[in-house]
Ligand binder design. Structure first.
Ligand code: COA
Length: 142
């Protein structure tokens, strides 16, 4: 399963937006606008592909000189629980480490906490709400 860094406004980028829409936004009645897209032009976009189809994606956003934030982690419904998420996390962490970042953080949906804990992440602080869902801040030292 090839993992790639996705160029902005490429064909793969459009595939990634489609996946994020289907898995993360549509179920909540949300979509993307131009401002969302513009904001992520400096992010590292990561995709997992098979036979030209996108199976999973995530984004890395610089928080400060030490910390990267992982965002928009999504795997297609048919490919979940097959190891795609884990492989993407390893890839994303290696990229952040190679760029010199020391910590990865994320706003994890409560339903995905068990997944991140299996990748070595720890909860920090209290539950909060984002996009109408309960979340926790999680982090890992790289
Ligand atoms: C959460 C998500 C990214 C995980 O990706 P995935 O490819 O299904 O996960 P993997 O198959 O790599 O799972 C790795 C391990 O975590 C476990 N796991 C996966 N999802 C889990 C979950 N939601 N809760 C608890 N454990 C989970 C797997 O069972 C596996 O355990 P193992 O190592 O004992 O076999 C994916 O299920 C998804 O896209 N969910 C919907 C969107 C979402 O919630 N995104 C995260 C927003 S913060």
């Amino acid at each position: 399963m090839p993992l790639k860094i996705i160029e902005h406004n490429s064909k793969e980028y459009q595939q990634m937006l489609g996946l994020r829409m289907e898995i993360l936004r549509k179920p909540l009645g949300l979509s993307f606008d131009e401002a969302d897209i513009e904001k992520e032009k400096d992010d590292v976009c990561i995709g997992a592909f098979e036979d030209g189809k996108i199976l999973g994606c995530c984004l890395l956003t610089k928080l400060d000189d030490r910390s990267m934030r992982l965002r928009q982690m999504a795997v297609t419904n048919n490919s979940q629980r097959n190891g795609v998420g884990r492989v993407m996390m390893d890839f994303a962490e290696n990229i952040a480490r190679d760029l010199g970042y020391k910590t990865m953080v994320m706003h994890a949906r409560k339903t995905a906490i068990g997944f991140y804990q299996k990748q070595g992440y720890t909860i920090s602080g209290e539950e909060f709400e984002e996009v109408t869902l309960p979340h926790f801040l999680m982090f890992k030292n790289l």
